[in-house]
Design a protein around this ligand. Structure first.
Ligand code: UD1
Length: 338
């Protein structure tokens, strides 16, 4: 069965391609390589021993999408990762974010609307909850006003899909609200490749440990948490990738209870920044150079998932511990710098 993975060379996309191939799906990737490289295909092949189809183009080119679906009229499912994801950049370039993340989503759904049936998985984010009033966060928690154009594209994306599924019964969709994806494939064949100075915690930690950055700044230590640092739900990217496959299977097998469903994808456990550092020091067996710095604007105090819905309805749960995730991230960092 043929599955389209947009952004399939990116961090979460590439790990999901591996899990799809492991389950016997035929994978077609569309990626513009704006934040990834065709070399990732080699890493995927080294893990799975399987080939895939790769087409390099930008999803803003609507005619190319149309022509693509004509050539691949046997695609039965789409996992849509391709999007821009830097919060700060989205504030500077809102139109770019709305075009990359919203317009392209519409173009793909337009193609699916013509099909007799199509299963669609969307990369959403726990960012839609903002600072939730209750923890852990369930899918019923209200969506808060977005803090950035990036966050807004995820909210708008969900709304577009929900409205589309109402009138095109052929389209069945699931939005997965990711918490904080980290780590790398245990083989260290694929992983995260941040361009420039990493904005996210784990790549900043591993780059500091390897000597690329001098020091990690811990953004704030007077939050109302046990140790004063922010709490997040860090999920291993392979666990997250597997969640995509089970979500897709649910749709393909018609096990969905509604044509548009939403699931949290996290571990259910919150870890503070200092706990992450401690865990990293343990698995890497070295001291990390860090200092306490000013709070980062826009950071929320704490977010971690209630994963009951995904556990019960998808039969999925995260398997890797924080130590496992950080250990795989460290192994990957060492490999790419060697
Ligand atoms: C960020 C995005 C979120 C996006 C997610 C993708 C923001 C405000 N939010 O989430 O929308 O979906 O990435 O993974 O950018 N930290 C430090 N020092 C650093 C970097 C981070 O102390 O150098 C702290 C942050 O304050 C935060 C935690 O580490 O408490 C995690 O930060 P990060 O990895 O950037 O993820 P989020 O901010 O949770």
């Amino acid at each position: 069965m043929k599955i389209l993975v947009t952004g399939g060379l990116g961090f979460i996309g590439s790990h999901t391609v591996v899990e799809l191939q492991n389950k016997g799906y035929e994978v077609v990737i569309i990626d513009n390589c704006s934040n990834s490289s065709p070399d990732v295909i080699k890493g995927i092949r080294n893990i799975t021993g399987k080939d895939l189809i790769f087409e390099k183009f930008d999803l803003r080119e609507k005619d190319k999408i149309k022509e693509f679906f004509k050539r691949h009229n046997d695609i039965e499912g789409v996992i849509h990762f391709a999007a821009s994801k830097a919060v700060g950049e989205s504030v500077e370039k809102p139109l770019l974010y709305y075009e990359n993340n919203v317009s392209t989503l519409v173009y793909i759904l337009q193609q699916l609307a013509d099909k007799t049936s199509a299963s669609f998985i969307f990369s959403s984010s726990c960012t839609v909850y903002g600072q939730a009033d209750e923890l852990p966060i369930t899918e019923d928690a209200p969506v808060k006003v977005a803090e950035s154009p990036y966050g807004n594209t995820k909210q708008i994306g969900e709304e577009i899909i929900r409205d589309t599924c109402k009138v095109y019964p052929a389209i069945k969709a699931i939005a997965l609200r990711y918490f904080n994806p980290i780590g790398a494939h245990p083989s260290a064949e694929i992983g995260e490749l941040p361009i420039g100075v990493p904005q996210n915690l784990i790549p900043f930690i591993t780059q500091t440990a390897i000597g690329l950055r001098e020091q990690l700044s811990v953004f704030g230590d007077d939050y109302p948490t046990t140790d004063g640092t922010c709490i997040r739900d860090y999920i291993h990217v392979v666990d997250l990738a597997k969640a995509h496959v089970v979500a897709l299977q649910r749709l393909l097998e018609g096990k969905n209870t509604s044509n548009y469903e939403v699931f949290n994808v996290g571990t259910g456990t919150g870890s503070s920044v200092l706990e992450v550092i401690q865990s990293f020091e343990k698995v890497s067996d070295q001291k990390l150079n860090y200092k306490i710095a000013e709070k980062r604007e826009g950071d929320i105090t704490a977010a971690y998932a209630d994963t009951t819905k995904a556990n019960n309805e998808l039969g999925w749960s995260a398997k890797s511990s924080l130590d496992d995730s950080l250990s795989s991230a460290w192994k990957w960092e060492q490999k790419i710098r060697s």
